[in-house]
Design a protein around this ligand. Structure first.
Ligand code: ADP
Length: 582
């Protein structure tokens, strides 16, 4: 047993020496107050472990005890100052604590305390021993609790690091107090074995709190991974504009590396979004941030964003809880940055498409309204010429008039579709529904398309009873006229066009032609705005590609639908179905 205990003793000393060396190396890399205090805190613990192993007699024993006492208090003070380096103490408090500790150390040295627990102590010495212990315990417990509380709500890696240091020190306090008040039980070998094992276990905890290896960071991060993936998905898919996307992207960018401040600079050098900083600070960062990506000492990370319009930057500044950035976090941030870049480019593209769409809609609206007036005038004069109201025309002129009237009807019909389509796009279509006889409205639509239907054999299959439906009569006729006009346009002269009005749970109007038909793979596309099926047989037929889209939208606004059944070469049937009037 005693052999094992002495091995453990050596292991503890070695572990504390290594811990201190690592902390000192880390301090040399960073050279800041925070790392200095952490190295001092660990270094004083190491000194304590080493000095307490030395023994002496007489004056030497007393000197060693006094060194022990001072180093012991120093280890508590250094931890408190470590806490102060990122969760600041008030100045007055800091000064009072420093003076208090100095006084306690002076009193402790003056009292000539003994390191030997079996030595006889005067009541004053016992009281001073308790005072020293309590001072140290308070110095350590306060930051321990404070860091534990601060860990709440922090990113996973930071949280785990703060908790590791808290746990390590809490265990140390518990152990020191138990050993101090255990009296003679402290001589028991099993007791010594347990306390040695606890001391040894504390070292790795303290180590991972400031230099966690990559695999451990990865393990700590796992619970956050799902949340991260989900928010990345939402970020990329549902961000309405680049500024919002950039703003949202910074939330996880800072979480991933535990940064306190962050910003994204666009390709043109302007700031897209910032987080955790004032405008002045942001301007300063935009002007000064140079890439420092590969440096372990980096406190400012600059990740380039290779955007389509040029290179932008994501800048992250490390926070008080993050002493610098770990290499793996930097790699992750780079991967994240490329997703953000793709997201920003996607939004740019969507914004460009939206502005093109808007331009198209605006053009449609302007063109259709500008064409409407002149076309009404042309149609009016043609009708007057035909009726002879403007005088006699030569027989040759009279022969071309019907063609001119048919063509002007065709253009008028296109303009009407364009006007209606631009209204629909601007959200200005309000249905004026009323109960109407569907057959009667269909007849009116057929009547208005007489010229277009010339040369086709029209068959109308009427219902035996009146079918009423709640419809906007004008819009209903637009749909039927469109189906009739298409049936005529896409079928050969002389062929039959059948109109069937029926009821079968729904009101149905089916228009069937014996025309060119539509290939199955094209049928789904027909109802998309501006889509025209370009084949050899349709290339000479004029159209806007708006009719079927408009017709289906109108049908759906009536809670109905417009569907197609077609066989290439044999013909097509378009069916409008609307709810019946209850
Ligand atoms: P437009 O007829 O002005 O081109 P539509 O939206 O009315 O626009 O029709 C879209 C496309 O659907 C047409 O270009 C045509 O290729 C096809 N189409 C429409 N109706 C028929 C039909 N009855 N027979 C064959 N093809 C049709």
């Amino acid at each position: 047993m005693s052999g094992l205990l002495s091995v453990l003793d050596w292991a503890i000393r070695a572990a504390f020496v290594l811990l201190t060396l690592a902390a000192v190396a880390d301090w040399i890399r960073h050279r800041d107050r925070r790392h200095a205090y952490l190295a001092l805190a660990f270094g004083s613990l190491m000194a304590l472990v080493v000095v307490s192993a030395l023994s002496g007699t007489g004056v030497l024993a007393q000197v060693l005890t006094d060194i022990d006492l001072v180093v012991f208090l120093l280890s508590g003070y250094a931890l408190l100052m470590f806490r102060d380096s990122f969760i600041s103490l008030a100045r007055r408090k800091r000064r009072a604590v420093t003076i208090g500790i100095l006084v306690v150390a002076a009193v402790g040295v003056a009292a000539q305390l003994s390191a030997d627990p079996r030595a006889q102590q005067s009541p004053l010495q016992a009281a001073i021993t308790v005072l020293v212990l309590l001072t140290w315990a308070l110095c350590v417990l306060e930051p321990t609790l404070r860091m534990w509380r601060a860990s709440r709500g922090r990113p996973a890696v930071e949280r785990a690091r703060l908790r590791a240091v808290s746990l390590g020190y809490a265990a140390l306090v518990a152990e020191v107090l138990v050993v101090s008040f255990a009296g003679t039980a402290a001589q028991n070998q099993t007791f010594t074995l347990v306390t040695s094992l606890v001391t040894l276990a504390i070292v790795p905890l303290l180590y991972v709190s400031f230099l966690p290896p990559s695999w451990l960071r990865w393990l700590w991060r796992q619970p956050e991974e799902d949340e991260f993936r989900k928010s990345l998905h939402d970020l990329l898919l549902y961000s309405p504009d680049r500024a919002t996307l950039a703003q949202r992207a910074l939330v996880w960018a800072t979480r991933l590396v535990g940064g306190a401040e962050a910003l994204i600079v666009d390709a043109d050098g302007t700031m897209l979004a910032s987080r955790g900083m004032t405008d002045d600070r942001a301007a300063e960062l935009v002007a000064n941030a140079q890439p420092e990506v590969n440096s372990r000492r980096a406190t400012t990370l600059v990740i380039p964003l290779h955007l389509q319009q040029g290179d932008g930057r994501m800048v992250i500044v490390s926070g008080p809880f993050t002493p610098g950035f770990g290499d793996d976090e930097v790699v992750r941030l780079r991967q994240y940055a490329s997703s953000v870049t793709a997201g920003l480019d996607r939004v740019s593209l969507t914004e460009r498409i939206a502005s093109l769409e808007k331009a198209k809609t605006d053009f449609l609206s302007v063109a259709s309204h500008e064409l409407r007036g002149p076309m009404t005038v042309i149609k009016g004069y043609l009708t007057m010429l035909e009726s002879g109201a403007l005088g006699e025309l030569s027989p040759r002129s009279m022969r071309v008039l019907p063609l001119l009237i048919a063509k002007s009807d065709e253009v008028n019909w296109m303009v009407e579709q364009m006007v209606e389509a631009s209204r629909l796009e601007e959200g200005r279509v309000v249905l004026k529904k009323q109960t109407a006889d569907v057959m009667e409205l269909t007849d009116r639509a057929i009547e208005s398309m007489r010229t277009v239907l010339t040369g086709r054999e029209l068959k109308v299959d009427r219902p035996s009873r009146v079918i009423n439906a709640e419809v906007d009569p004008d819009r209903f006729q637009i749909v039927i006229r469109n189906l009739l006009s298409n049936a005529a346009k896409y079928s050969p002269a002389g062929s039959a066009i059948k109109v069937l009005v029926s009821r079968n749970g729904w009101t149905r109007v089916a228009v069937t032609d014996a025309g060119i038909g539509i290939a199955p793979e094209e049928q789904a596309r027909l109802f998309t705005r501006f889509v025209r099926i370009e084949t050899q047989s349709t290339q000479h037929i004029s159209g806007t590609g708006l009719g079927l889209w408009l017709s289906r939208e109108i049908a759906r606004m009536h809670d109905g639908d417009l569907t197609v059944e077609s066989t290439p070469g044999a013909g097509s049937t378009f069916t409008l179905q609307l709810p019946l009037t209850r």
